[in-house]
Design a protein around this ligand. Structure first.
Ligand SMILES: [Zn+2]
Length: 264
């Protein structure tokens, strides 16, 4: 038996994602995350276990998507957002309430991240040896329904609905939509929708609109134009209608600086 070390496996992943020339630092941590390190001029990937798993591939998938579409902000947090995140951290540490502006940034940014993650997944798992890890991730997600959903936070639940709707419908391959898995998916989506409707002013009709918009994902999930992705995310957030368009646009300028937004 040939034993491959973690470092060797990383080299294989980098090759799969055509990232051989990239400077990527791996750092042992208590979370999975990645970002661009301005000082070191290098990507930084944080990982928990020294194994190749869904989370590690997903983090590298961010870098892959950013490189493929030549749009760094699918993998890199803007300086503007880093500064805002610091402010948020300080206020929360003092147990202060967030001012409206920071709360909006934080909530809208969460939706953006949720949806970017779906694009990351469709690009990084569909046509390689790592799809099995993705399938395990889907089954882990589906196991949540055993305990049912509890109402926690509207944005968190709706973000969860959007991201799982996209994953189940468009990133999970048709051949893996077995009867038993599909049944769990239907219950998952139905129950999540129900708890949101019961605890917000979102209606069934609104969800039909949201689903219709989300279905467009299938057409653009492998786009090579970052604008398609930004526009898709923008329109979803506009449609859920917690914020007006001007505010969303203003926040998008922080998430995706140096971007010409005339197309949305
Ligand atoms: Zn991610």
């Amino acid at each position: 038996m040939i034993v491959i070390t973690f470092d060797e496996e990383i080299e294989i992943i980098k090759k799969t994602f055509s990232l051989e020339g990239e400077c990527i630092n791996f750092e042992h941590s208590n979370i999975y995350a990645e970002d661009w390190n301005e000082d070191k001029n290098c990507w930084e990937v944080e990982y928990i276990d020294q194994v190749i798993n869904y989370s590690l591939i997903h983090e590298l998938g961010h870098i892959y998507l950013a490189k493929k579409l030549e749009f760094p902000y699918f993998a890199k947090t803007s300086r503007e957002i880093k500064e805002k995140a610091e402010e948020i951290k300080k206020l929360l540490a003092k147990r202060r309430n967030l001012p409206n502006d920071l709360k909006e940034i934080s909530d809208i940014f969460d939706y953006v991240n949720y949806i970017v993650d779906c694009f990351v997944n469709s690009n990084s798992f569909s046509s390689n040896q790592y799809y099995l890890l993705y399938l395990e991730y889907i089954d882990r997600t589906l196991r949540i329904i055993k305990n049912g959903f509890r109402f926690t936070n509207l944005h968190e639940l709706l973000g969860g609905y959007i991201t799982n709707y996209l994953e189940f419908n468009f990133n999970l391959k048709f051949k893996n939509k077995t009867l038993s898995r599909q049944k769990k998916i239907n219950i998952f989506i139905r129950d999540l929708k129900k708890i949101i409707i019961n605890n917000s002013n979102l209606t069934n009709e609104k969800f039909q609109e949201i689903n219709k918009k989300l279905n467009y994902f299938n057409k653009i999930k492998n786009t090579t134009n970052p604008k398609d992705i930004i526009k898709f995310i923008f329109e979803i957030i506009k449609l859920v209608a917690f914020w007006n368009e001007v505010i969303i646009r203003e926040k998008f300028k922080l998430f995706f600086p140096e971007t010409d937004f005339s197309f949305i």
